[in-house]
Design a protein around this ligand. Structure first.
Ligand code: AR6
Length: 173
C-alpha cells in the first residue's frame, strides 16, 4: 500500500472512501465529523441512525469502524471510526492504531482501493499531533490490506513537513 501525506480538507478528497473521526453515538459532532455531515448532507446521518436502530444499538466502540454512504461527497463511502480520548496516564495507542487498521478492514470489505484518513483523535480528543501522526503511520505501514493508497489528510498544513519526514522514516523517536 502506498502511503501519502497531504494538507487539506477530507471532504473534498477524490477517493473511494474517507474516514470520519466520529464518536460512539455515530450521530455527529464537531471537527471533521461536523464537516463531513454538513457537506455530505442528511443521507449520511440517516444511514448512521439506521445503524443505531440495528446492529449498533449501543453505538460504535472505540477502535472499531463501520461504513455508510458518503451522500453528496465525492467519495463513495464514509468509514466512521471512534478514536480514543487522549490520556496522559493510560496508553490508549493500540485503540488509536486499531482505528486505522479496522477502517482498512472495512475498506477491504467494500472493495475500496483508495482511502483518505484525518488525523484521528488529534482534535477534540486532544492526542498530541506528533504522536498521532506516528501512530497513524505505524498502523498504516503494518496493516494487512488490499487497499492500494492510504492518504493522511492534515487539516493543519504546518504538520505536513514533520509528517513527511516521519513517513520517510527520517525522524528518530
Ligand atoms: N478535514 C480534515 N481534517 C480535519 C477537518 C477536515 N475538514 N476538520 C478538522 N480536521 P477532530 P477527534 C482535523 O476534533 O479528535 C467530534 O466532535 C482536526 O484539525 O475532528 O478524533 C466527534 O463527533 C484534527 O487534526 O476529531 C467526536 O466527538 C483531526 O481532524 C470528537 O470530535 C481530528 O480532530 C472526535 O475527536
Amino acid at each position: 500500500m502506498r502511503i501519502e501525506v497531504v494538507a487539506g480538507d477530507i471532504t473534498t478528497q477524490q477517493v473511494d472512501a474517507i474516514v470520519n473521526a466520529a464518536n460512539s453515538s455515530l450521530l455527529g459532532g464537531g471537527g471533521v465529523d461536523g464537516a463531513i455531515h454538513r457537506k455530505g448532507g442528511p443521507e449520511i446521518l440517516a444511514a448512521c441512525r439506521a445503524l443505531r436502530a440495528g446492529h449498533y444499538g449501543k453505538g460504535l466502540r472505540t477502535g472499531q469502524a463501520v461504513a455508510t454512504t458518503a451522500g453528496l461527497l465525492p467519495a463513495r463511502w464514509v468509514i466512521h471510526t471512534v478514536g480514543p480520548v487522549y490520556s496522559p496516564s493510560l496508553d490508549r495507542s493500540a485503540d488509536l492504531r486499531s482505528c486505522y487498521t479496522e477502517s482498512l478492514r472495512v475498506a477491504d470489505e467494500l472493495g475500496a482501493a483508495t482511502v483518505a484518513f484525518p488525523l484521528i483523535s488529534a482534535g477534540v480528543y486532544r492526542w498530541p499531533a506528533e504522536d498521532a501522526i506516528r501512530q497513524a503511520l505505524e498502523a498504516l505501514r503494518t496493516a494487512d490490506t488490499t487497499v492500494e493508497v492510504a492518504r493522511l489528510v492534515l487539516f493543519e498544513a504546518d504538520r505536513v513537513p514533520l509528517a513527511e519526514r516521519l513517513r520517510r522514516g527520517s525522524v528518530p523517536r
